[in-house]
Design a protein around this ligand. Structure first.
Ligand SMILES: [Zn+2]
Length: 710
């Protein structure tokens, strides 16, 4: 494409993206009647709309454990951000809650402060939200309208950004809109809901009022000013403090009124009357956002001024009364709260939203990946990076008995958990309800408990390792061990923290060794899952053959119509099956007792009651289901047993992938190939990593580590 052509296309594109220019008031009304939802909005509604606009909700996924929605915040905090912010689900939930409050209205008169310790990234959090809000006001969906006057050759916008609709005199506004708007669900909301109260309550600013008055007098006709009234899109621009103004603690205070001398002169020439074009520093963000980054330095005084603005409905600028309605927000370090904490009048004006350090280990890992590259995972054994994040997060949690109150008996989990149950709490914060929890405990994880836990989380992450410290620690681990041939293991991590005494003291005592228990526990589950070849048809055949054989005397060869197989009835075959079903309880005597019980059941209950009378298939019978559950569970549980005592097994693993491996017996070879393959496919181990983890398990004798406690 030629340069000219490309430039021409660019111009067209920019034109297409541009929001229409100022509309005459009557066209604005036409649009508003067609699409009222798009036009009746204040800054809080724009904010809530913006969050919903960018939010990506995956409806196919199950609702999260602690959060309101299954929402993806990447579009707000990651995509097109100068510096991304990694929001964990607890904070995301708070932001959603705030948005829901705004959707209901009733937020004027408050100051929203995002409170977090240094290094929690709260300014990045705010900067990204503000950038997206600004971008949103440049979109057709997000545009706000402001009053614009075109009088003779004069063309200017209202310094307070009045919404054009409020130029209709307040006492007639309700009747007027009632007549002009068709009946709709929206109309009912507009007239009744708090979020639209501003439509009925707001007066135009002093300048707009005097323009109205002067035109009416000049033309000697009521509402003549509407012919000069336009609605102009208001696109926010933080750089000019237009719609969004961000103040830093070192910014100079401006408390002198601002004047527009040129406009004053022009208006006076045209109307031949005196005009006052005077407004405060807050005018440019009336109906917009004011953000104070950190409550210190000059921002302490600004907070006091804002407090005055939200407490009194009007304030004086020179002789003029000004009424500022903005979304006042900011960030604050806990230590800086002293500036307002002890002033009683502040207490019901300030809404605090905690922005703590990350409490979800997956989010913490996302930060590592962002800083050090996505390929860092290849240097670690699976789950080790997550465990570094868990160690970091353990310093940010509070020890309370809330989990004890939920769990029936937490002691049963202690072999693989820490006393504070931080490991369990972190799983929930990462949206996982572990499958090793008992049925009872999983059931008791109800709405009431979720709420309590959510509330408790608000007090966490205000202390412990900061984001910066976490990155330093991760960097130290990474540089120390990633040059090794071996993958980074939990043993290295344990060693690393023990050597760093100062950091080690920050970590709850014994947490690292408890975490290794948890790592071992999960490793064992992975191994069991991997060595077990789950073959549905095989299991079904085993059970059906066993049940059918119960009718026959030993030393028979019979045809089983359920499986289409010839089966040999022998005590050995009965035992093979009962060995698996009874597990450690197996003795020949007990097996015989069990078999008799099964036989009685099979004849009287299964065949007569269920198959003949109720018309079930054998597979649908209670007996079959009982055997199926027990059989599969025990198969998995004991899948490693044949190799526990086998010295050959360890050697075979070491020899895997070498010529020597061929010499081992077929069954063991097949099991090892299955085991190592499954570890790669199901649990993301590398070839080398899979071998390493099996050897680790054998060396630490993990197969017996949790046996006594199960
Ligand atoms: Zn105005």
């Amino acid at each position: 494409m030629s340069k000219q052509k490309a430039l021409k296309q660019l111009v067209e594109k920019i034109k297409a993206d541009k929001i229409s220019d100022a509309l005459p008031f009557s066209s604005f009304l036409d649009d508003l009647i067609k699409n009222p939802d798009l036009f009746f909005k204040d800054i809080f509604k724009v904010f809530a709309d913006m969050v919903e606009f960018y939010l990506y909700e995956d409806k196919t996924k199950k609702r999260n454990l602690l959060t309101l929605e299954n929402a993806d915040f990447d579009k707000i905090f990651y995509d097109d951000c100068e510096e991304p912010f990694f929001i964990d689900r607890l904070l995301a939930n708070r932001l959603l809650k705030l948005t829901n409050v705004f959707k209901k209205g009733g937020q004027y008169g408050q100051i929203y402060l995002f409170e977090g310790p240094p290094g929690s990234g709260k300014s990045t959090f705010l900067n990204n939200i503000l950038a997206k809000l600004q971008a949103y006001t440049h979109k057709k969906e997000g545009v706000l309208y402001q009053t614009n006057w075109k009088i003779d050759s004069l063309d200017f916008t209202c310094p307070e950004h009045d919404n054009p609709i409020i130029q209709i005199p307040k006492q007639y506004r309700r009747d007027f809109l009632n007549q002009v708007l068709p009946e709709s669900e929206f109309k009912t909301k507009l007239f009744n809901e708090k979020i639209y109260e501003w439509v009925w309550k707001t007066e135009p600013c002093a300048l707009c009022k005097s323009i109205q008055k002067n035109i009416t007098e000049k033309e000697n006709e009521e509402l003549a000013f509407l012919n000069y009234l336009y609605a102009k899109p208001w696109t926010f621009d933080r750089q000019y403090g237009d719609g969004i103004s961000v103040f830093n603690p070192n910014d100079m205070l401006i408390d002198k009124p601002l004047q527009n001398e040129i406009l004053k002169k022009d208006l006076e020439t045209y109307f031949k009357k005196q005009f006052q074009v005077i407004y405060s520093v807050w005018a440019n963000t009336n109906n917009g956002i004011v953000a104070l980054m950190d409550i210190k330095g000059t921002n302490v005084e600004r907070l006091m001024s804002i407090h005055g603005l939200v407490s009194d409905s009007v304030h004086k600028v020179g002789l003029i009364e000004e009424n500022i309605k903005s979304f006042f927000m900011g960030s604050v370090n806990p230590a800086d709260k002293v500036h307002y904490q002890y002033t009683p009048s502040f207490q019901d004006r300030i809404v605090t939203i905690p922005v703590p350090y990350i409490l979800d280990y997956n989010t913490e890992v996302d930060v590592y990946k962002h800083k050090f590259g996505k390929n860092i995972t290849q240097f670690f054994q699976p789950r080790v990076i997550q465990n570094i994040a868990r160690i970091i997060i353990s310093t940010r949690l509070q020890s309370t008995d809330i989990l004890e109150q939920w769990l029936e008996d937490s002691n049963q989990y202690l072999p693989w958990l820490d006393r504070d149950l931080f490991i369990l709490k972190m799983e929930i914060y990462a949206d996982k309800l572990p499958n090793w929890l008992s049925e009872e405990d999983r059931k008791n994880f109800d709405e009431k408990f979720k709420k309590e836990l959510g509330r408790e989380a608000e007090n966490e992450g205000q202390f412990g390792f900061s984001g910066r410290q976490s990155l330093q620690i991760f960097n130290a681990i990474y540089t120390k061990y990633s040059k090794n041939e071996k993958l980074i293991t939990m043993e290295m991590i344990e060693h690393f923290f023990e050597e760093r005494e100062k950091d080690y003291q920050e970590i709850p005592s014994e947490f690292v060794s408890n975490l290794i228990d948890y790592y071992d526990f999960e490793t064992l589950q992975e191994l069991k899952e991997s060595v077990y070849s789950y073959n549905e048809t095989h299991i079904q055949k085993d059970i059906l053959n066993y049940l059918f054989a119960l009718n026959y005397e030993s030393d028979n060869l019979v045809f089983n119509p359920y499986t289409n197989e010839k089966i040999e009835i022998s005590t050995i075959n009965f035992w093979n099956f009962e060995h698996i079903i009874l597990g450690t309880e197996f003795t020949t005597r007990y097996a015989e007792k069990f078999r008799n019980m099964m036989r009685k059941d099979y004849v009287a209950q299964t065949l007569v009651q269920e198959v003949q009378i109720q018309g079930k298939t054998i597979q649908e019978s209670l007996q079959y289901q009982f055997l199926y559950e027990k059989y599969t569970q025990n198969l998995k549980e004991n899948s490693l047993n044949p190799y526990l005592e086998d010295e050959n097994f360890k050697r075979a693993i070491q020899d895997y992938d070498t010529h020597a491996f061929q010499a081992y017996n077929e069954r063991m070879k097949n099991d090892i190939i299955l085991l190592l393959n499954n570890l790669e496919v199901k649990f993301n181990y590398s070839k080398e990593g899979a071998k390493q983890i099996v050897l680790y398990a054998l060396e630490k004798d993990l197969m017996t580590k949790f046996v006594d406690n199960e």
